[in-house]
Design a protein around this ligand. Structure first.
Ligand code: SF4
Ligand code: MG
Length: 317
């Protein structure tokens, strides 16, 4: 092999991951479902951040969007209805070396999973929570969900929903320990990806409400926003989400918002200036329960046995 340069053939120590390394089987959602856009954004985020697939886990509960882990070629846990967050917290507590993502829907998170949601916000463990909000239970075929608007006709309320919807952003902002709250839309891929990226880099519990199109059951609910983007308010700030220059053409209505200002965040969620899109609140300095619970994780078997013996001695008489 005289004169042949072979060093380029060496296997690099750190592999470069391509989109294929995160792409699982084709998603079995309805054609046009917004979940496809979120899946594509999550795969791009993993590629852009070069997350090792074996160090990445997507956790979900039950619902259309909760099929998400099946379509990622990473680890995944498709759990029980409403229980995505306790599973994710458990993973985070024992395996702080993993990148933890949660896929949950408005039914999964805001109804049966509400108690877990509230306490997961309080724990502020590092993870990215993607809350797909299509205002309906899709998997169980068109039932009123906690975020369904008054008047929405569903199979459970054929004459129209009569109960005011819960606002997932307002609830999250209202819980002590909320440290990252953002809203994005599945129909703007650059903003969606920029939001996921900002959430991934947040040192704590990052909650993203994604306004998600469900062409099968709530086909028209986001039409007004798509047809008239001035009904949305793009939140801008040097500490906010940077979705690139092109966004200013798509969102003519822009509102300067400092994401450290929780009072203004709450006012914006009330829709004073339009449907807010962007980073509402961020506090990177709040305590994290996963850091506290990680104490002792590196203990050896001998350390643990000694600790147990000490405890037994404590109770001896
Ligand atoms: Fe998507 Fe709606 Fe179909 Fe579920 S029912 S897969 S949310 S379009
Ligand atoms: Mg839903």
């Amino acid at each position: 092999m005289y004169g042949l340069k072979l060093d380029w053939m060496e296997t690099p120590e750190k592999p470069y991951y391509t989109l294929e390394d995160y792409t699982g089987p084709e998603g079995r959602w309805c054609p046009g479902c917004g979940d496809f856009a979120v899946l594509a954004a999550a795969q791009r985020l993993c590629r852009d951040e070069q997350l090792a697939p074996e160090k990445t886990v997507f956790v979900s509960g039950i619902g259309c969007s909760s099929r998400f882990p099946h379509y990622m070629k990473t680890y995944g846990f498709h759990g029980l209805h409403g229980r995505a967050l306790p599973v994710a917290c458990g993973i985070r507590a024992r395996r702080p070396d993993l990148n933890v993502f949660v896929a949950t829907g408005d039914g999964d998170c805001c109804s049966i999973g509400t108690a877990h949601w509230i306490h997961a916000i309080r724990y502020n463990m590092k993870m990215v929570v993607m809350m797909f909000d299509n205002n309906v239970y899709g998997l169980t075929k068109n039932q009123t969900s906690p975020t369904s608007n008054v008047g929405l006709r569903t199979y459970t309320h054929p004459r129209g929903n009569v109960v005011s919807p819960l606002d997932p952003l307002q609830v999250t902002l209202g819980v002590a320990g909320a440290s990252f709250v953002a809203q994005t839309v599945d129909f703007n891929p650059p903003h969606l990806l920029a939001t996921l990226t900002a959430a991934f880099h947040h040192p704590g519990f990052a909650f993203i409400r994604i306004l998600q199109r469900c062409p099968h059951y709530t086909a028209k609910i986001f039409d007004p926003l798509q047809q008239d983007p001035s009904q949305m308010a793009l939140l801008t700030h040097p500490d906010g989400i940077d979705g690139g220059e092109g966004l200013s053409r798509v969102f003519p209505n822009r509102v300067e918002h400092d994401p450290s200002d929780i009072r203004q965040a709450r006012a914006l969620v009330d829709g004073e200036r339009g449907v807010p899109v962007g980073l509402l609140y961020r506090n990177p300095d709040l305590p994290r329960y996963d850091e506290a619970s990680a104490a002792g994780l590196a203990a050896t078997r001998a350390d643990r046995e000694n600790l147990l013996e000490d405890q037994f001695d404590w109770f001896s008489i």
